[in-house]
Design a protein around this ligand. Structure first.
Ligand SMILES: CC(C)(COP(=O)(O)OP(=O)(O)OC[C@H]1O[C@@H](n2cnc3c(N)ncnc32)[C@H](O)[C@@H]1OP(=O)(O)O)[C@@H](O)C(=O)NCCC(=O)NCCS
Length: 180
């Protein structure tokens, strides 16, 4: 039985461990701690099984051509489910609950850099045809957006950037991107 709920302060060490377990380095785990301090309040949910944290999803503000950075446009990253619990639909529940929480918080757009087979399942669409781009346009094929407020994409054009803490986190780490 899986419970999806907002993170509590007492969950922070367990969230760190979940991210540390599934990524090659602890860059994502540390990034979550940094972002919490820099962009709070934000959306961060955990998946709990038998009282243990087995999954986590995090959202933080993004900008388009340097504009934004508030809570109306968010990026989904990182997301993690402990290896033993993967492929049981927990990731799906985290994404769905995360998007619902964003909607309740009046978020208008959610971006994600991730697998092309996965995110369209949740109504994400590729950015490129919309005139939006990831900071590295080579990765546009893996970059998606979901409109939570109908019409929010109207007139949205430009380059979407995650919080500068992402660049800091991956400098000298495994060179990854904020993919989810
Ligand atoms: C990505 C992740 C959170 C998905 O969690 P999960 O609980 O296994 O997800 P679900 O059970 O809802 O969905 C699993 C399905 O999504 C697919 N999927 C999910 N993420 C994927 C990815 N990055 N690449 C390829 N396929 C992916 C799986 O192949 C599987 O498909 P299937 O059921 O049709 O075989 C988990 O695999 C994970 O923690 N991976 C390591 C960390 C990571 O890559 N995070 C994303 C980058 S931030």
């Amino acid at each position: 039985m899986v419970t999806i709920r907002p993170e509590l302060e007492a969950d922070r060490a367990a969230i760190f461990e979940v991210n540390q377990e599934v990524f090659p380095t602890d860059a994502e785990a540390r990034l979550v701690d940094t972002l919490r301090a820099k962009v709070a309040p934000t959306t961060s949910l955990v998946a709990e099984v038998d009282g243990a944290i087995v999954g986590h999803i995090f959202f933080s503000p993004v900008t388009i051509d340097g504009v934004g950075g508030e809570d109306v446009m968010l990026g989904l990253a990182p997301m993690a489910v402990r290896e033993k619990f993967q492929r049981q639909g927990i990731g799906r529940q985290l994404v769905e609950a995360g998007l619902a929480a964003c909607q309740r918080a009046s978020v208008e757009l959610v971006f994600v850099l991730g697998h092309p087979d996965y995110y369209p399942r949740f109504g994400f669409q590729p950015v490129a045809a919309l005139g939006l781009h990831y900071t590295d346009p080579k990765l546009d094929v893996c970059f998606f957006v979901k409109e939570l407020l109908p019409g929010a994409l109207h007139g949205a054009r430009g380059t979407v950037s995650y919080h500068p803490a992402f660049d800091e986190a991956f400098k000298g780490a495994h060179g990854t991107e904020p993919s989810s």
